[in-house]
Design a protein around this ligand. Sequence first.
Ligand code: BDR
Ligand code: CA
Length: 313
Amino acid sequence: MPRKLIIDCDPGIDDAVALAMALFDPRLEVVAVTAVAGNVPAERATLNVQAIIEQLDPPRYPRVGAATASDQAPSVNARHIHGDDGLGNAGLQVSQLARQHPSEKLICDEVRAAPGEVTILCLGPLTNIARALSRDPAIAAQMGRLIIMGGAVNCIGNITPSAEFNIFCDPQSAREVFRSPTSKTLVPLDVTGQATFSLGLLEQLPSEFTRAGKLLRKVVPFLFRAYRRELGLESIHIHDAVALVAALHPELFGTHDLAGDVETSGELTTGVTVFDRRESARPRGNIEVALEVDAAAAADCIVRGLADAGKQS
Ligand code: BDR
Ligand code: CA
């Protein structure tokens, strides 16, 4: 039986790549895709989720959750990496759904409908998950594993010297999720940054005559240009797709049970993920953290996943 999955995301080019892989993967039943503000503001994130799903036209349509802006709206965005519209300025057309369900409500509904069975793949700031937990605290025990792309453990940050983007955008929510009694796996930059893709990836994308290929060929080239312009790199990372690989192939990752928390108020360190690894403290682990990865195998899974999406579309 396929595994039920909610994808909570802020598309974002790497979010779009992960969605293309997941929506055609027969091992998964993507029951909902819920939007969250992050790479782009809330309303744009929702439109992007709809646009990606419409463009891919997968065999099973997931429910769509709408992002709503929070009082602590992210003070940053990632338009320099993902484009003004979050999707490489691809200009995908989409109309707003007449009836929108808030993302956190959809998460609660889907988890309650299948307690313990729904994995949640978190590819953006943890706003919706924290809201779902505060809306219905009992839901923590009913959530399947949370797989969270976020944080930087032993490496530098990507939005500040020490913080990773998703956690930095909403550190308070991240702290609430870290401290919640949920089972969770963190997939930080330490591992997502190890899978690198050179320009050759463009030739490996599905043909433009497939729906997945058409979408990917519109958005992925922008990421290469942005990495070169903004970071001086010739190759790209597809962080969110690596997190999906962690859900599908945990055997490719080395994980450690750690006591993790999030800095919410530091002048220079807001959004930093902090782990107590002192021998003397012997802290109890509250989060499984992936620190090693077979990067070549993970990259290969991504290329194959996209090729499969192409074959089915
Ligand atoms: C994360 O930040 C976003 O820009 C990406 O979509 C990814 O989820 C990487 O730090
Ligand atoms: Ca993302």
